[in-house]
Design a protein around this ligand. Structure first.
Ligand code: AMP
Length: 455
């Protein structure tokens, strides 16, 4: 199928051509005609499948017709869980709408209110928003959703995990009942089904098995580590390897990301940290520096890196394993994008065994163990129990319910959800500063780790 067969407006086709896309991805082939026909839609698809264009293109298509309602409020609203995703959607709108007159604006946590008020005082076609900040404007009557034609929920499952259910419901309630609603989610469970029942009207359904395809391009390797010191030595080995041209190193916590980035910086690497305690400007600059190649190693936490779309990531290194198996798939999906080959390296010690078992059940395969000569572990992992076969339906099935959601997305301060408090941090490259002994508190997840780490 070609894009022309989708009967998109010539200005959109021209922009798609300028992006270098030759044919629509499976999600685009299915979702675009349904959305253009005016149906509500539930699409189960991962990032990396081309889902952003699957909702942005129909939204742009609709903007070629005059607005149905009057007023200055947005005609399209795209809700997304994190600022990074919102920025990527904004970039996509800019790229796909480059031959149209489209006024879009992003309403995100962490942005100055004054600027947002200025943007909202003007007529706007598309608003891209994180639910928390949008609800704030809605409750203060600074945004009018009365002429909304299309409501798009991107990564709806993640928004619910992050505690945004009530906000999403309120936002939908403020929009006209006859709007069109498109819901994109990586996983489908009862909670999602209930949300769909509340917000969508007789929806069409599409399921794209994206994870398996993504994993196929990625060589996965497991390195058994005795302890933190051993992990650090393994990391040394990989970051010194020239074939690691651009890597994301995942750590368990924001603090660990900073500490690890600091260590790598002091060793002379072009490194930056990326996590939710950094303000939006710093995060954008870091991602831009990674894209430009100014940063080679990015030490990130899960949520900050979610949806991160940087081409040419040669390696993903799980310095700490994720606690939730589906995050493993999201993490390694940062490499091997757009058909390129990628390598995903995971470090695991005996204490990570349960996490590793969950990951292997989820992806339905055993991670092949590799050993670096001279860095052999002295202890192995537990032999696999016969009862722990691959989970049925994995990996596409995803998590079961909110109860299984990572703790950082439940309760407390909503964790590293991208709405952070602008404190931090490390983003450095070039010549290292003289190494100094710094002691920082270490609050890693593993029970056997030292309580303090000395850099
Ligand atoms: P997404 O799943 O929306 O995060 O998209 C993943 C990547 O695929 C992005 O880098 C897009 O630019 C790219 N992409 C989207 N649609 C196409 C297409 N039809 N052909 C080639 N690349 C695409």
């Amino acid at each position: 199928m070609s894009f022309a067969e989708l009967q998109l407006h010539p200005s959109i086709l021209k922009a798609i051509e300028a992006c270098g896309y030759t044919e629509p991805t499976p999600i685009q082939q299915q979702a675009i005609p349904m959305a253009m026909a005016g149906h509500d839609l539930i699409a189960t698809a991962q990032t990396g499948t081309g889902k952003t264009a699957a909702f942005v293109l129909p939204a742009l298509q609709r903007l070629n017709s005059p607005a149905a309602g009057t007023g200055r409020g947005p005609r399209m609203l795209i809700l997304t869980p994190t600022r990074e995703l919102a920025n990527q959607i904004t970039d996509s709108i800019r790229a796909y709408g480059k031959f149209m007159r489209v006024k879009s604006c992003a309403i995100l946590g962490g942005m100055p209110y004054r600027e947002q008020l200025r943007l909202l005082s003007q007529a706007v076609d598309i608003v891209i928003a994180t639910p928390g900040r949008l609800i704030d404007h809605l409750e203060n009557r600074r945004i009018d959703l009365s002429r909304l034609e299309m409501l798009i929920l991107d990564e709806a499952d993640r928004m619910l995990d992050m505690g945004f259910t009530e906000d999403v419901d309120k936002i939908a309630a403020a929009a006209p009942a006859n709007r069109q609603t498109l819901m994109f989610t990586a996983t489908m469970d009862n909670t999602m089904a209930r949300l769909a029942q509340r917000l969508l009207n007789n929806p069409e359904r599409i399921t794209i098995a994206g994870q398996k395809t993504t994993l196929d391009n990625i060589e996965q390797r497991l390195h058994v580590a005795d302890d933190l010191r051993h992990k650090n030595r393994l990391l040394q080995h990989f970051v010194s390897d020239e074939s690691v041209t651009k890597a994301i190193i995942f750590s368990a916590t924001k603090r660990d990301a900073d500490a690890l980035a600091q260590e790598l910086y002091e060793q002379g690497h072009r490194v930056a940290a990326l996590h939710g305690d950094m303000n939006q400007g710093a995060r954008n600059r870091t991602i831009a520096d990674m894209r430009r190649g100014k940063v080679r190693l990015l030490v990130a936490t899960d949520v900050a890196a979610r949806g991160l779309d940087v081409t040419g990531i040669s390696h993903v290194i799980n310095f700490d394993l994720p606690k939730f198996a589906e995050d493993y798939v999201h993490r390694i999906g940062r490499t091997g994008r757009a058909g390129a080959a990628g390598v995903a390296i995971s470090f695991a010690s005996l204490n990570d065994q349960n996490y590793l078992d969950k990951i292997e059940r989820f992806i339905g395969q055993t991670l092949p163990q590799h050993v670096i000569p001279g860095l052999e572990p002295t202890r192995g992992l537990r032999p696999k129990s016969a009862s722990k076969g691959p989970r049925r339906g994995a990996p596409a099935a995803g998590r079961k319910s909110n109860a299984a959601a990572p703790s950082q997305w439940r309760g407390d301060s909503r964790g590293d959800n991208g709405q952070g408090n602008d404190k931090s941090r490390v983003k450095r490259w070039g010549a290292p500063k003289p190494t100094k002994a710094v002691t920082v508190e270490y609050r890693g997840a593993g029970a056997n780790r030292p309580s303090r780490r000395v850099i």
